[in-house]
Write a protein that binds this ligand. Structure first.
Ligand SMILES: Cc1cc2nc3c(=O)[nH]c(=O)nc-3n(C[C@H](O)[C@H](O)[C@H](O)COP(=O)(O)O)c2cc1C
Length: 214
């Protein structure tokens, strides 16, 4: 059986049309079990292959189906794949050296190779719209929801993924090279590929200890 057999994206079917009637709930033990057991995989455990162009298209179409106050779609995607990963590596290198001129060559080389570690990186860009109707905070939250929905969709489709920001999500030279403008910010670099090995549960917060009732 090849890896693609584990990837149910081809069964996704068409997405609902605007105004189409949908079930109000979709009870699914599989979904609950998935949410209760899902894990990100660290980048060193993510390898080739990444999603095909058609698969990534499906993942992104699922990712945008998030709560979005005012239907502003205040986010966008930048896909980094193939040779673009290497081209952007030169930008990372220069930005890193600007910050740390005395860094060891091995450290600089690691920074340069950041985008080459996985097959596909999707930059989820928070792009708030200026409107008195929806606070910017809510638009930024919606960008976080897109990141998480993409992470979940990638996992459910059989891909491993990790949501990272790192220093370069906040570096103005890197942001300029990515083409971010105005009030845009990186919500996440979603690293996507195939899993190399299994994940392991990490310590989780105690939801009860975080909850009060009024
Ligand atoms: C906005 C955001 C940014 C993150 N940036 C980093 C990062 O730069 N480096 C890192 O090691 N983990 C980062 N993480 C955490 C990873 O996504 C990590 O894999 C995750 O917390 C593991 O938890 P999970 O298995 O429940 O997904 C970030 C998480 C979020 C939500």
């Amino acid at each position: 059986m090849d890896a693609a057999d584990h990837r149910p994206l081809h069964e996704l079917g068409r997405l609902p049309a605007d105004g189409e009637r949908l079930a109000a709930t979709q009870p699914s033990v599989d979904t609950l079990r998935f949410l209760a057991r899902r894990r990100s995989l660290v980048v060193k455990d993510i390898c080739e292959p990444g999603p095909t162009a058609a698969e990534l298209d499906d993942l992104l179409r699922v990712a945008v189906r998030v709560p979005d106050h005012g239907k502003l779609a205040p986010w966008r995607f930048i896909v980094i794949e193939g040779a673009a990963r290497t081209r952007l590596g030169a930008v990372l290198e220069q930005a890193f050296v600007n910050r740390q001129p005395d860094a060891a060559p091995t450290t600089v080389a690691l920074e340069r190779a950041r985008f080459e570690r996985v097959p596909t990186i999707v930059v989820v860009v928070s792009a708030p719209v200026s409107t008195p109707k929806v606070p910017e905070w809510e638009q930024v939250l919606s960008a976080g929801a897109v990141c998480y929905q993409l992470l979940l969709a990638a996992n459910a489709a059989g891909f491993a993924a990790q949501w990272l920001t790192e220093w370069y999500a906040y570096d103005r030279h890197v942001l300029a090279a990515l083409g971010l403008v105005g009030g845009e910010r990186v919500a996440g670099f979603l690293h996507i590929g195939s899993p190399e090995g299994d994940a392991e549960e990490r310590r989780r917060p105690d939801a009860r200890a975080l909850t009060t009732r009024l």
